[in-house]
Ligand binder design. Structure first.
Ligand SMILES: Cc1cc2nc3c(=O)[nH]c(=O)nc-3n(C[C@H](O)[C@H](O)[C@H](O)COP(=O)(O)OP(=O)(O)OC[C@H]3O[C@@H](n4cnc5c(N)ncnc54)[C@H](O)[C@@H]3O)c2cc1C
Length: 263
C-alpha cells in the first residue's frame, strides 16, 4: 500500500461560531468553540488546522467519509475544507481563534464574512508548525495578509533577545493590523500596487534586504510568489535550505485543494 493510502484520516471536531470580530476591513477573527475541542493543543507557532464548512446548498454541516485518501460527501462531492492558522486557543473556554482574510469569492472568505454565533463548522488538526531554532542569530519573517496570524504567533514565540525583521504585504494601508510587540522586531508594511502579482512586494523586500549570516527565514504567501522567493534565496543567494521555511498558502486563480493534508 502506498504511503498516501496508509494515511490516517484526520479527525474532525464539531464546533460552533461563538463570536466574530473585524480586525480590519479584510480580516475577521472567528472564534470557534465546543466541548469537542477538549484535548486540542497548540505546541508550535504557525501550525495549521483544516476547517470544514457546510457545502453550498446543504441544509447543515455534513461530516464527510474518508476513502483512504481523501474525504468525500455521501453524494460523492468534495467537501469544503480550507486550511487556516490556529491563532489562539483558550484551553479553559475551549475556544479557538482563526483570522480569515475576506478576499472576495471563496467559500471560506464568504463564510467568514457572514459568520454568526451558532453556525456549525468542524476542525481537524493541528498540523505541524514551525520549530524555532532558539540559537539563531536573527530571524526574518515575511508574508502577505494570510500570513499575519502566523507572523503574530511567531512574534509572540521568538526569543526576546534575538533581532527579528518583519515584512508584510497588504492590499492597502486600511488592511494593516496591530502585531504583537517583540522588543527587537522591526516591521515594514508594503502595499501591493494595483495589478501587481501577489507576492510581488514581498519578493522586492526579500531581494533588497541585507541578510545577516545564519539568519532563519520564515516566509508565506501566494504559491507562485513563494516559488520566486525560494529560487532567489537558494539560487541567487545560496542560502541553505535548512535556514528557510517558505510556504505557499494559496494559489492565485485557483480554489484551495480540498484533499486532506496537514491537520
Ligand atoms: C498552513 C496554512 C495556513 C494558512 N493560514 C491562513 C490564515 O490564518 N488566514 C487566512 O485567511 N488564510 C490562511 N491560509 C490561506 C487560505 O487557506 C487560502 O487563502 C484559501 O484559499 C482560502 O479559501 P477560500 O475558500 O476563501 O478561497 P478558495 O475557494 O480557496 O479560492 C477562491 C479564489 O480566491 C482566490 N484566493 C484565495 N485566497 C486568497 C487571498 N488570500 N487573497 C486573494 N485571493 C485569494 C483563489 O486564488 C481563487 O481564485 C493558510 C494556508 C495554509 C496552507
Amino acid at each position: 500500500m502506498s504511503e498516501r493510502l496508509r494515511r490516517e484520516p484526520p479527525r474532525f471536531r464539531h464546533v460552533t461560531v461563538s463570536q466574530t470580530e473585524r480586525r480590519s476591513p479584510r480580516l475577521v477573527r472567528v472564534t470557534l468553540a465546543g466541548p469537542e475541542l477538549e484535548g486540542f493543543a497548540l505546541d508550535q507557532p504557525a501550525a495549521s488546522v483544516r476547517l470544514l464548512l457546510p457545502s453550498p446548498g446543504a441544509a447543515g454541516l455534513v461530516v464527510p467519509a474518508w476513502n483512504g485518501n481523501e474525504f468525500l460527501l455521501p453524494d460523492g462531492r468534495r467537501p469544503v475544507i480550507r486550511t487556516f492558522t490556529p491563532r489562539r486557543f483558550d484551553t479553559r473556554a475551549l475556544g479557538l481563534d482563526l483570522e480569515i482574510v475576506i478576499h472576495g469569492a471563496g467559500a471560506a472568505s464568504e463564510w467568514a464574512d457572514g459568520a454568526e454565533a451558532g453556525q456549525a463548522a468542524a476542525i481537524s488538526g493541528p498540523g505541524r508548525g514551525y520549530a524555532i531554532d532558539g540559537g539563531a542569530p536573527a530571524f526574518f519573517l515575511a508574508g502577505d495578509e494570510t500570513a499575519v496570524p502566523a507572523i503574530s504567533q511567531l512574534l509572540e514565540a521568538l526569543p526576546a533577545e534575538t533581532p527579528v525583521e518583519v515584512h508584510v504585504e497588504m492590499g492597502g494601508p486600511e488592511s494593516r493590523v496591530a502585531l504583537p510587540d517583540h522588543p527587537r522586531a522591526t516591521v515594514s508594511w508594503h502595499d501591493l500596487p494595483p495589478g501587481a502579482p501577489p507576492g510581488g512586494a514581498l519578493f522586492a523586500a526579500v531581494r533588497d534586504v541585507n541578510l545577516p549570516e545564519g539568519v532563519q527565514l520564515w516566509v508565506a504567501g501566494e504559491a507562485a510568489g513563494m516559488q520566486r522567493i525560494r529560487r532567489h534565496l537558494f539560487e541567487e543567494r545560496g542560502i541553505p535550505r535548512s535556514q528557510t521555511a517558505v510556504r505557499g498558502y494559496w494559489k492565485h486563480g485557483r480554489a484551495a485543494d480540498n484533499t486532506a493534508g496537514a491537520g
